[in-house]
Design a protein around this ligand. Structure first.
Ligand SMILES: Nc1ncnc2c1ncn2[C@@H]1O[C@H](COP(=O)(O)OP(=O)(O)OP(=O)(O)O)[C@@H](O)[C@H]1O
Ligand SMILES: [Mg+2]
Length: 367
């Protein structure tokens, strides 16, 4: 097995009802890369996968797999395999027969099918499960059967559309590591779709953050998390405190913003100029119990224990709520209602142009 690159050139997808689900998009996914597309429900993630796999025709632009233009190629002749959110195994077939299913149609003899299936079951750590039926396996094991089945046809590119969303949290976390290891072992290019930022951050070589039919940022997990380039990216990937206002001063890489909650300094990666409307973002783990550089006078509003960490919600005198993420040690938790001065370093804050921000993780979880 070997991965191939996937190139989108000004790819655009408009559905027959006139809705433009993907605006002109340029993207190069490297051969053998674990690439995630992260974005909220309805932003166009599945549409991109359907275009790459050939189930939907682009309305403009090109898709290349390796060097080959995919125009006019149907799904069954593309070097892609697709794994859906609700995978369907054949309940009456044995596991190895499920894995080998696509090979029979390609005229592979039974003995060779059985061997190929066993090789793939070894790969996904299901060596001894070949003779069982899907009903005798756990959710995570079934998921691995689906991956083996998709790999059986030797795809260059494996497209995974939220494949873990039906599993419980523990299993999902376990499967993240499994998927990553299967990808490394095979070298197949993985394009992984998710709206779960934890999944994208832990598994991917690179991530595209997508919103409303557009890719807003492409980068490694560290780049996207620590150096967001849009308000949407900053608010969708991880938690972030937000202070909206207007740029007061600009000095090289840094800027100063005037907000109803105070004046703060932060990094200015997009070159905002004086007078522009903007939002300062600072992560909860970068807020300190000291008056470092940017200061807020607050009292503790709420304390949520997460085990090793505690989420503290601090109310400012100006009526803002500031989230802090601190280690669960006695000295880091003030008593309810006491006045506390908190602050953050300018280099840990990012000031970005005013723009749409994501709903919080809680909103999405509640859907
Ligand atoms: N066949 C279709 N005809 C018209 N509009 C469609 C069609 N399929 C999807 N859409 C619309 O295109 C947009 C993108 O849909 P898509 O399925 O790509 O989103 P998604 O990012 O995969 O969302 P989710 O996370 O909910 O799966 C949505 O607004 C959706 O309503
Ligand atoms: Mg989808």
């Amino acid at each position: 097995m070997r991965g191939k690159s996937v190139t989108l050139e000004q790819l655009e997808v408009t559905y027959p009802n006139g809705f433009k689900a993907v605006h002109p998009t340029d993207l190069v996914i490297q051969a053998g890369e674990f690439f995630s597309i992260l974005g909220p429900s309805g932003c166009g993630k599945t549409t991109i996968l359907r275009a790459v796999s050939g189930f939907v025709e682009p309305s403009a632009g090109r898709i290349l797999i390796g060097d080959a233009d995919q125009r006019g190629k149907g799904p069954n002749v593309r070097e892609t395999a697709l794994i859906f959110q609700n995978l369907a195994l054949f309940p009456l077939m044995r596991i190895w027969e499920n894995v080998a299913f696509g090979l029979e149609a390609r005229g592979v003899a039974k003995r060779a099918r059985r061997d190929k299936a066993q090789e793939l079951l070894d790969l996904v750590a299901l060596t001894d499960q070949a003779e069982k039926t899907p009903g005798e396996l756990s959710g995570g094991q079934r998921q691995r059967v689906a991956i083996a089945r998709a790999l059986a046809v030797d795809p260059s590119v494996l497209l995974l559309d939220e494949p873990l969303s039906a599993l419980d949290l523990k299993l999902r976390q376990h499967m993240r590591a499994e998927l990553r290891s299967i990808q490394k072992k095979t070298g197949v290019t993985f394009i992984y779709i998710t709206h779960d930022q934890g999944e994208a951050l832990t598994m991917s070589d690179r991530i595209a953050v997508m919103n409303a039919g557009r890719i807003e940022q492409v980068g490694t997990a560290d780049e996207v998390y620590s150096n967001p380039v849009s308000a949407f990216s900053a608010s969708f990937v991880g938690e972030a405190n937000q202070f909206a206002g207007r740029i007061l001063a600009q000095d090289g890489e840094m800027a100063r913003i005037d907000t109803p909650h105070g004046q703060f300094n932060g990094r200015n990666p997009t070159g905002l100029v004086v007078g522009q409307e903007a939002i300062l973002f600072v992560r909860p783990e970068n807020i300190r119990f000291s008056a470092v550089e940017n200061v807020l006078h607050t009292h503790l509003l709420r304390r949520d224990l997460e085990g090793p960490f505690v989420n503290l919600f601090m109310a400012t005198q100006s009526g803002a709520c500031v989230a802090m993420h601190v280690p669960n040690t006695a000295e880091t938790s003030p008593a309810m209602g006491t006045q506390v001065t908190i602050g953050f370093k300018s280099t840990t804050a990012t000031i970005l142009p005013l723009g749409p921000v994501a709903r919080t993780g809680q909103d999405i979880a509640a859907e």
